[in-house]
Design a protein around this ligand. Structure first.
Ligand SMILES: Cc1ncc(COP(=O)(O)O)c(C=O)c1O
Length: 317
C-alpha cells in the first residue's frame, strides 16, 4: 500500500523531500508502538480536489494522541492546514494521507512521556486496499486472532500498537488465499477487519457492531450510517454473532482506504448471491456521489485543497 512515491513529506512544520524524512532508530515509537496516526482520503471532486471528512480525522488524531500522553504541539486548525498543504504539494488523486504522531528522538524505556512529540504527514496516490476486484466483492476469513479487549488496548484510539493483531490476522488470511480477515472480539462477536469496519444487511435493515466489540469507530462507518439512514434504511448497532454474519443477506467492509467493499464470502460460506446486494449497491452509489461532490447535502464533508501555487509560496523547506 505504502509505495515510495510521496514527493514531499510534512515534518514538524516543514515540507521535506521524501529521502530526508528520517528519524533515529532508537526512537520510542518504533520500539514500543506508542504512536497514533490517521488514514484520510482526498478526491478529485466536480468542485476541485477535496479532503473527505478532514475535521473528523483531525479530531480523532488529537483524541488518540491525548489518550496516549502525546499532546500534539499544534491545534486542530494548524493540523488541518498542514494536511491540506501536504496534499497540495503531492497533487495526485485519489490520494491517501497519513498523519503520524510519534516521539522521534532516541529514548529507550517504556514509560517515557517526556520526549518531544512530533507530527509527520505524507500523501501518496491511493490504490484499492482489498485488490482491484474488490468492488465485485471480497472473500474474508474469520481470524484465529482476536481483537484485544479495550480494557487492555482501547480500540477507540488509532494507535500503532493496536495493529499487531490485525497484522497477524491479515497475513494469516492472505496466506490462506483470502483478501481480508475478520477479527472477533474477545467474547467471540464480530469486531472488524484489519483496516475496516463490518456491516451486514438482513431484511432491509443494516447492522454493524458497536464500541463494545472493541472496534475503531471508523469515520467511513459514520459516513455509511448517515448515508444509509438518509436513504431510509434503519441502521442498528449491536453485538453480531458469527452465525448472523454467515447467514446475512449482504455484508460489506467500510474504511478510508478500502472505501466500501462488498463481502461475497466468509470462510466457505457465500454471502447472499456472492454479488453486491441491492442495499450495498445503493450505499456504494451514494458514496460515489458524495466523494465526487455531486450531492450538495454532503458538501460539508469535503474540505477544498488550496491551489498548489498558494502552498508553494508557504513552503519553508
Ligand atoms: C482497525 C480499523 N478499523 C476500522 C477502520 C475504518 O476506519 P475509517 O473509516 O475511519 O478509516 C480502520 C481504518 O482506519 C482500521 O484501521
Amino acid at each position: 500500500m505504502m509505495a515510495a512515491n510521496a514527493k514531499k513529506i510534512w515534518m514538524d512544520g516543514r515540507l521535506v523531500d521524501f529521502a530526508d524524512a528520517n528519524v533515529h532508530v532508537l526512537n520510542h515509537t518504533l520500539h514500543y508502538g506508542v504512536g497514533v496516526f490517521e488514514g484520510i482520503r482526498a478526491y478529485l471532486t466536480t468542485r476541485g480536489p477535496a479532503v473527505l471528512r478532514l475535521k473528523e480525522h483531525v479530531q480523532r488524531l488529537i483524541a488518540s494522541a491525548k489518550f496516549y500522553h502525546m499532546p500534539i504541539p499544534y491545534g486542530p486548525e494548524e493540523i488541518e492546514r498542514a494536511i491540506l498543504e501536504t496534499q497540495a504539494a503531492n497533487p495526485t488523486y485519489p490520494s491517501y494521507i497519513r498523519p503520524l504522531v510519534y516521539r522521534g528522538e532516541p529514548a529507550l524505556g517504556v514509560k517515557n512521556i517526556k520526549g518531544k512529540v512530533s507530527l509527520a504527514i505524507a500523501a501518496i496516490p491511493a490504490k484499492k486496499y482489498l485488490g482491484e476486484g474488490s468492488d465485485a466483492g471480497v472473500r474474508a476469513k474469520i481470524s484465529p486472532f482476536r481483537k484485544p479487549h479495550s480494557d487492555s488496548l482501547p480500540s477507540y484510539a488509532k494507535a500503532a500498537g493496536n495493529y499487531l493483531s490485525g497484522y497477524l490476522a491479515g497475513v494469516d488470511a492472505n496466506q490462506d488465499g483470502y483478501e481480508e480477515a475478520i477479527l472477533l472480539d474477545s467474547n467471540g462477536y464480530v469486531a472488524e477487519g484489519t483496516g475496516e469496519n463490518v456491516f451486514l444487511v438482513r431484511n432491509g435493515k443494516v447492522f454493524t457492531p458497536g464500541l463494545e466489540s472493541d472496534i475503531l469507530l471508523g469515520i467511513t462507518r459514520d459516513t455509511v450510517i448517515q448515508m444509509a439512514s438518509d436513504l431510509g434504511y434503519p441502521v442498528i448497532e449491536k453485538l453480531i454473532s458469527v452465525n448472523e454474519l454467515l447467514s446475512a443477506d449482504e455484508a460489506f467492509f467500510t474504511g478510508t482506504y478500502a472505501e466500501i467493499a462488498p463481502i461475497k464470502q466468509v470462510g466457505h460460506f457465500a454471502i447472499g448471491s456472492r454479488t453486491p446486494g441491492p442495499v450495498t449497491q445503493k450505499v456504494v452509489a451514494q458514496f460515489q456521489r458524495v466523494i465526487k461532490g455531486e450531492d450538495p447535502k454532503y458538501h460539508h464533508w469535503l474540505a477544498p485543497v488550496p491551489e498548489l501555487a498558494r502552498v508553494v509560496a508557504k513552503v519553508r523547506a
